[in-house]
Design a protein around this ligand. Structure first.
Ligand code: PLP
Length: 403
């Protein structure tokens, strides 16, 4: 790329290669160097006083406001999110969610939280936010009338996430966001699963799009970071609150995230294709009661996913037909190519036993599409391995489940 800003008409793959690579930040090399800096020096006092305290984003000022490595990452993420005026970086995905909540909410407000949101988001509602006098109310995102009824004149924000954490329900996100707007509430979306390539959240009606960069943008299981992208007014508020909270992101991690970002579209496509192949295979197995993967034709939420999303990723769940928790755990232990661990979005496959009922107050587990005996689930994060090898591994582990 020879010009400084990727043009809007270019395809995602082209933009992702070029985004954030302003020559004033990269100099004569391809990537911005790792600028390790607390102190930024001024040539003289005139420059110091001209520094401008109001908006030093993208200008040298002091280390808490970052330097070109962090600016390039934020700039690239903004370029990938249609409708965003800017992106704030946070030291983790949870810090991004907290940073957004503490920007848009104040004591006395009510926040509606999707019942199937990432559990630390739920815990933040019941802990941090409740301690600060903000009332969290959980709602079933599949029950539109219940959602509408949950609003009151103190509702200031709604936290949405789809597919749902662990159980992978696909909500009608544009309709939920539209209702939030009508009620004067800010629609916050945790968009970690699809990211802007699969779900351009602001374009679909959200006010803020949050990502745990720890997952797919980092992509190599070696960094923690989060982001929030928004339109001009809200972005400016997020930026100021983030500075007040003292959030910083290390330039080394920002450089790693930029490296991950350049291959994001390739990795997502490969993972999503492999996940679909594996989900299809699992759906044909007699040991499996239900595959919970909105990308899979016939699975719950597929129609909405197809309508609203342009992509997905390698993360989905399935539920065993009957059996016991220990049989399910035997299956996970017998897998050889899948690590056992939280997180996802890295290059390597992971498996996790799931029991969502402990993290729900409004939605049933097992889901309505399963019978009461079909409740022992596994979440798979499909990585970049050959899907045939992963299927063979799952097949041999199913023998351990049947024992
Ligand atoms: C992992 C995750 C987060 C939190 O990200 P961290 O970087 O681990 O704090 C938030 N939301 C979703 C959907 C996640 O999967």
């Amino acid at each position: 790329m020879k010009t400084d800003q990727p043009a809007d008409h270019l395809a995602d793959a082209t933009r992702i290669v070029n985004a954030g690579r302003r020559s004033e930040w990269t100099g004569p090399v391809v990537n911005p160097p790792v600028w390790r800096a607390s102190t930024h020096l001024y040539p003289d006092t005139a420059a110091l006083f001209a520094g401008g305290r109001e908006n030093a984003d993208g200008r040298f000022f002091y280390g808490r406001r970052g330097a070109p490595t962090q600016w390039a990452l934020a700039d690239a993420l903004t370029a990938l999110e249609p409708g965003a005026a800017g992106t704030v970086l946070y030291p983790s995905g949870v810090a991004a969610i907290a940073g957004v909540m503490l920007t848009v909410l104040k004591p006395g407000d009510v926040v509606l939280i999707s019942d199937n949101a990432y559990d630390p988001s739920r815990a933040m509602g019941k802990g941090l936010l409740a301690d600060f006098g903000i009332e969290p109310r959980f709602f079933d995102p599949l029950d539109f009338a219940g959602y509408q009824a949950a609003f009151c004149d103190r509702t200031r924000a709604v936290l949405l996430e789809a597919p749902g954490s662990l159980s992978m329900e696909m909500a009608d996100l544009p309709a939920l966001a539209r209702m939030a707007r009508e009620k004067g509430a800010i629609a916050i979306m945790d968009n970690t699963w699809a990211g802007p390539l699969g779900f351009p959240a602001l374009q679909r009606g959200m006010d803020v799009s949050i990502m745990a960069l720890t997952k797919h943008v980092g992509g190599h299981s070696d960094l923690m970071m989060g982001s929030a992208s928004a339109g001009p007014a809200l972005y400016e508020r997020l930026r100021q609150r983030s500075q007040q909270l003292g959030n910083v992101v290390s330039p080394d991690d920002a450089a790693l995230a930029l490296r991950g970002l350049r291959t994001l579209h390739l990795r997502l496509r490969h993972e999503a294709d492999s996940a679909l192949t594996i989900a299809q295979w699992l759906a044909s197995r007699e040991e499996v009661a239900q595959v919970l993967c909105p990308m899979l034709p016939g699975a719950p939420g597929h129609d909405i996913w197809k309508r609203d999303f342009t992509g997905g990723c390698g993360l989905f769940s399935f539920v065993f037909k009957g059996g016991s928790a220990s049989a399910r755990n035997r299956f996970v232990d017998a897998l050889r190519l899948f690590g056992i661990g939280f997180s996802w979005g890295g290059f390597e496959s992971l498996a996790l036993p799931i029991e969502p009922s402990g993290y729900r107050s409004r939605m049933p587990w097992p889901p309505a599409v399963c019978s009461a005996d079909d409740r022992h689930g596994v979440r798979l994060a499909i990585g970049l391995e050959d899907p045939a090898d992963l299927i063979a591994d799952i097949e041999q582990a199913l023998a351990a489940w049947r024992e």
